[in-house]
Design a protein around this ligand. Structure first.
Ligand SMILES: [Zn+2]
Length: 233
């Protein structure tokens, strides 16, 4: 902990790379970890297909049911991790997140790159482009005026590319950092996991995760619950 505090104090630019584990203390299940939604056997298709563009287009009802039951937690509140990260990144850095829950922004973070978009912005009809509030979308995925399908607008589904602006911003965030803190992610999903290849050779790196990520020896690995760690910062 002392080492981590010192690294943060000395850093000029801190880039956080975050995943589902930073939102689990806010009550949002980590769908890749044990007991997460990817292990559930309730659905006919594997979760990668559930969250795919193909499923959205071919089975909009199944897609909708899945995201409403498993992804939307509009009442979730930011936790200590979001709050501390917001403080630090607002002062000197940026947060690049895989999470689509908008909790970093809700915590007051101003410099956030949502690598996979989010579930709440630009929800729109695929046919006419009309925008809807997430509350309306949760109730119904059909736009009855034109029979169009409504979708979360910025969320990147399987089979869709990362928004080039987000990709570019994320790469810059990693290049600019002299301290990179990876938290709450198994770091197995590409292209997100590939971002660290862009780090400067002088950048220090810290990984905070319940399981050791097996990154190279130059990385300070803190094998602990991220909420415990950020609570002590
Ligand atoms: Zn429409």
């Amino acid at each position: 902990m002392e080492e981590l505090k010192e690294l943060i104090d000395q850093a000029h630019y801190v880039t956080f790379l975050t995943g589902a584990g930073v939102s689990t203390p806010s009550g949002i299940p980590d769908y890749r970890s044990k007991g997460g939604l990817y292990k559930r056997e309730k659905y006919d298709f594997p979760p990668e297909y559930m969250l795919s563009h193909d499923n959205l287009v071919k089975h909009p009802d199944i897609f909708h049911q899945f995201v409403v039951e498993n992804m939307y937690f509009p009442d979730a509140e930011p936790n200590i991790i979001h709050k501390k990260m917001a403080e630090i990144s607002n002062e000197k850095g940026v947060i690049v997140t895989q999470n689509v829950d908008k909790l970093h922004t809700k915590a007051g973070a101003k410099n956030v790159v949502e690598f996979h978009g989010n579930l709440y912005d630009h929800i729109h009809c695929l046919k006419c482009g009309k925008e809807f509030d997430y509350k309306e979308y949760i109730k119904d995925y059909r736009h009855h005026e034109d029979d169009g399908i409504i979708r979360p607008g910025t969320t990147v589904l399987y089979g869709e590319g990362i928004d080039p602006t987000n990709l570019n911003d994320a790469v810059k965030a990693v290049e600019n950092a002299d301290l990179i803190i990876v938290a709450g992610t198994s770091f197995k999903v590409y292209p997100f996991a590939g971002l660290i290849a862009y780090r400067s050779p002088e950048a220090k790196m810290v990984a905070i995760n319940k399981e050791n990520l097996g990154l190279d020896e130059s990385v300070l690995a803190i094998t602990d619950d991220a909420a415990n760690v950020f609570d002590q910062l």
